[in-house]
Design a protein around this ligand. Structure first.
Ligand SMILES: Nc1ncnc2c1ncn2[C@@H]1O[C@H](COP(=O)(O)OP(=O)(O)O)[C@@H](O)[C@H]1O
Ligand SMILES: [Mg+2]
Length: 248
């Protein structure tokens, strides 16, 4: 018996062959999905595929990167067979480098998302952003770091409370917008948490976990969570090839 698709349950294509079928058609429209994995598991490639699917569908896309400056990222994409240049040229796709050493990146990011023109937003990766300081004002509302909030209290960077607030803020920006988004998180080798901060996994609608089985020379993708979706929990064997990831 096939799975029931509810009326108004609109879905957004993941761009990965076979994955949409496992997700009732794709990510729920307006949702946030966390893509979690150790280094080299294919998180950035999943982002490329997600963005490519958006471009093909005529959607406006935003790619926020904190890992690499834009030219490097475009180059990396090209080597994998993703040519984003024409989409960038016709302003269907915007890349934004969030340099965590500058203190107004949250504001820049927030303002860009809040233009409301994006259907898909990717944040690759969330990890460095969650480790930058959080500023607070007296009434308890979070204030994004900027020159005029420097006088307010600062939480210790490593405090769980600060990280949680910070993440909530980042994720609420995405949630308030109509966009369907994907955020990646890098987890340390051997970690059993799904995110480095072990908090973001509770704030998102979906979680995809990417794994390596080095002994078997195999890669795996697991759907750990997807709001409003009946899905298998079984790890799927995947392969990275010329056009990115495909399910085996
Ligand atoms: N052309 C290719 N063919 C097969 N595998 C590739 C190719 N290009 C990159 N890879 C694999 O993808 C990995 C990088 O994927 P990436 O998405 O950047 O990982 P992450 O973002 O999780 O660190 C590389 O370590 C390599 O194993
Ligand atoms: Mg990456």
């Amino acid at each position: 018996m096939g799975m029931r698709v509810e009326a108004g349950d609109s879905r957004v294509s993941t761009g990965i062959n076979g994955l949409d079928d496992l997700l009732n058609g794709g990510f729920p429209s307006g949702s946030i999905t966390l893509v979690s994995g150790t280094p080299g598991t294919g998180k950035t490639i999943v982002c490329f595929q997600y963005i490519e699917a958006g471009i093909k569908n005529g959607e406006n896309c935003l790619y926020l990167t904190s890992d690499e400056p834009v030219p490097n990222l475009l180059n990396e994409a090209k080597k994998l067979g993703f040519n984003f240049q024409s989409a960038v040229d016709n302003e269907q796709l915007k890349f934004m480098y969030l340099d965590v050493d500058r203190n107004n990146i949250h504001k820049e990011m927030e303002e860009e998302i809040q233009t409301g023109k994006y259907d898909r937003v990717v944040m690759d990766s969330l990890s460095p952003l969650t480790e930058t300081p959080v500023w607070m004002v007296n009434n308890g509302n979070e204030v994004i770091p900027s020159s005029n909030s420097m006088t307010t209290t600062t939480f210790p960077i490593d405090s769980t409370q600060a990280t949680r607030l910070h993440l909530r803020h980042l994720i609420s920006i995405l949630k308030e917008d109509k966009c369907t988004s994907m955020v990646t998180t890098e987890i340390p080798e051997g970690s059993r948490d799904l995110s480095r901060d072990s908090i973001s996994e509770f704030l998102v609608d979906g979680i995809l976990v990417l794994d390596l089985d080095t002994t078997m020379d195999r890669r795996k993708l697991t759907i750990r969570k997807m709001r409003g979706t009946k899905h298998t929990l079984k790890p799927h064997n995947i392969e990275i090839g010329e056009r990115g990831i495909s399910l085996l």
